[in-house]
Ligand binder design. Sequence first.
Ligand SMILES: NC(=O)c1ccc[n+]([C@@H]2O[C@H](COP(=O)([O-])OP(=O)(O)OC[C@H]3O[C@@H](n4cnc5c(N)ncnc54)[C@H](OP(=O)(O)O)[C@@H]3O)[C@@H](O)[C@H]2O)c1
Length: 274
Amino acid sequence: MYKLNDGQKIPSFGFGTYKLNGRSGVQSIVSAINNGYTMLDTAYNYENEGTVGRAIAESGINRDQLTVTSKLPGRYYAYDDAITALQESLYRAHLDYFDLYLLHWPNPKRGMYVEAWQALIDAQKFGLVKSIGVCNFLPEHLNKLKDETGIMPSVNQIELHPYFNQEPMRQFDVDNGIVTMDWSPLGRASSVLQDELLVKLSKKYKKTVGQMILRWELQLNTIPIPKSASPVRQRENMDIFDFEISEEDMRQINGLTKPNGRTKNQDPAVYEEF
Ligand SMILES: NC(=O)c1ccc[n+]([C@@H]2O[C@H](COP(=O)([O-])OP(=O)(O)OC[C@H]3O[C@@H](n4cnc5c(N)ncnc54)[C@H](OP(=O)(O)O)[C@@H]3O)[C@@H](O)[C@H]2O)c1
């Protein structure tokens, strides 16, 4: 568990739901909950908040046993739009509150993210959401939130995997009391899963490459949220709490990072998403 800067607690491991939609999506998410995942990550723009809500209802687990995250799309960053979109998110998910609600992208050229942040600050006061945070924010964006509202996000969800390990951004988050959450923690199942060093280490630790990567992310004091439609891979991805990667092997994995290692070249300084 991590204690956030607002006193709330969230699990150190979660489940991504991008691309899990409709009936098969419900089945995959119910399976993830039954496999023991207690934190679910959705977004308005994934068009599956309804799927997530339905899976929660069908799982039979008490809602308060789960940590549910969703995200505000950039097209709703005007104050009133943000509050309405958050309410709409909740209606879609059939929930009374989210545990965590995040601004999805800073879209800095639009200059709207401070206004949206003010809406999240108020939504937290209204009780619509327990904790508030951001995704894909760079230090300059975070400092601006602090300067203009006095409140730093509790979580920054960023792209993080062995080919893009975000060392400077992680350090900034630590220095500012922000918890780092990792999106695409398996690099979207790209070539990183065949990486020579990771394959070698996976044999040494008798774990899969996916498990090596997710364990490395836990030991970086970050929160991975791997997505899998498959119950077998869901269990594989959770089976990482019975071993520890040595400091030397952590250093070797840290060495795999590349300056252009993002999976889709989505640099938040220029990339925009609405
Ligand atoms: N905030 C943002 O801007 C942002 C951006 C991207 C993603 N996210 C969030 O982060 C979550 C995770 O990221 P992601 O879905 O992009 O990528 P990911 O979790 O790194 O990778 C998912 C892919 O890996 C496969 N996979 C899962 N476990 C595996 C294993 N053990 N071995 C081999 N392949 C495996 C999955 O296939 P199967 O399903 O067939 O197993 C899927 O194709 C998303 O679902 C979403 O919730 C947030």
